[in-house]
Write a protein that binds this ligand. Structure first.
Ligand SMILES: NC(=O)c1ccc[n+]([C@@H]2O[C@H](COP(=O)([O-])OP(=O)(O)OC[C@H]3O[C@@H](n4cnc5c(N)ncnc54)[C@H](O)[C@@H]3O)[C@@H](O)[C@H]2O)c1
Length: 273
């Protein structure tokens, strides 16, 4: 078992939305390796309990699960209050909770068989658009600001890491709701970073490419879609959740002390090659 006394996040408390699965879960485990106490907040309580058990068995860190729906402001306020009640303060947050479409349920690997045309913006039901924006953009905004208010109140020079996507900069037909929500997260990160400068709170984001998580499972299982993801990625492979966690960790800790308002794109060279 690691002692983590010298870890990059020793003595810190990290709140991770979407921490039950995928990238958020990898961040929870990675941050615990660096000595942080972890609050996993998610709407999936069963996998959240598993993640908490994994942290407790592999580190000396404290870990707690809090159920939340990030689309609901009252639920986010209750999440932050529960984290502060349990551990006293929040020093860093990862806002990773997200959905790829209104129909997506994490951990249920059902392929979306809706014809591509039906997902185009001219045909997309407004309710689907709204749901994706509510979770992916408003959910991040609410998480960030409720945590930021807490940090300001307690005088904490904290860090915020939002999970955007490389889709913030790719116009993917049939995914306007997702692309726009993630482009919104990138700009939210910039504006909030400027607004929180005076409080020494840094706000950054990561914009993953195609990553091996439940979100891409249905695509990975379809040979055509799998080939298309590889084709778009100069490194010729999908990224791992741990690679995303390492990028988030850099932005969360002192090593990125002169960086704010940035989105880093760990995407296998997608925007270069
Ligand atoms: N997997 C990829 O290729 C990829 C690429 C770019 C960005 N992302 C982003 O990374 C983030 C994490 O996705 P992932 O790939 O780990 O998928 P995932 O499905 O494994 O994890 C998403 C988590 O968010 C939770 N969640 C969803 N809606 C919620 C809500 N309303 N309230 C609380 N929790 C909620 C889910 O229960 C799940 O635990 C998302 O924001 C996603 O858009 C993923």
């Amino acid at each position: 078992m690691n002692t983590q006394r010298d870890g990059r996040l020793a003595g810190k408390v990290a709140l991770i939305t979407g921490g039950s699965s995928g990238i958020g879960r990898a961040c929870a485990l990675r941050y615990a390796e660096e000595g942080a106490d972890i609050v996993i907040a998610d709407r999936d309580a069963a996998r959240g309990a598993e993640a908490v058990a994994e942290i407790r068995s592999s580190s000396n860190c404290r870990a707690l699960f809090v159920e939340v729906d990030v689309a609901e402001e009252a639920s986010i306020e209750a999440m932050v209050a529960a984290a502060v009640k349990a551990f006293g303060h929040i020093d860093t947050v990862v806002a990773a909770a997200g959905i790829s479409s209104a129909a997506y349920v994490s951990g249920v690997p059902a392929a979306d068989n809706t014809p591509a045309e039906a997902r185009h913006l001219i045909n997309m039901p407004v309710a689907n658009w709204q749901r994706v924006l509510d979770v992916n953009l408003t959910g991040v905004m609410l998480t960030d600001r409720v945590v930021a208010r807490h940090m300001i109140e307690q005088g904490i020079a904290g860090t915020i890491v939002n999970v955007a996507s490389s889709a913030a900069r790719l116009a993917l037909p049939g995914a306007a709701d997702y692309c726009v929500s993630k482009a919104g997260v990138a700009m939210l990160t910039q504006v909030l970073a400027m607004e929180l400068l005076a409080h020494q709170i840094r706000v950054n984001a990561i914009g993953p490419g195609f990553i091996e998580t439940p979100m891409t499972q249905a695509m990975r299982e379809k040979p055509d879609s799998h080939a298309a993801m590889i084709e778009r990625t100069p490194m010729g492979r999908l990224g791992t959740p741990r690679e995303m966690a390492n990028t988030a960790l850099y932005l969360a800790c002192e090593e990125s002390s002169y960086t704010t308002g940035h989105t880093l794109y760990p995407n296998g060279g997608m925007f270069v090659g």
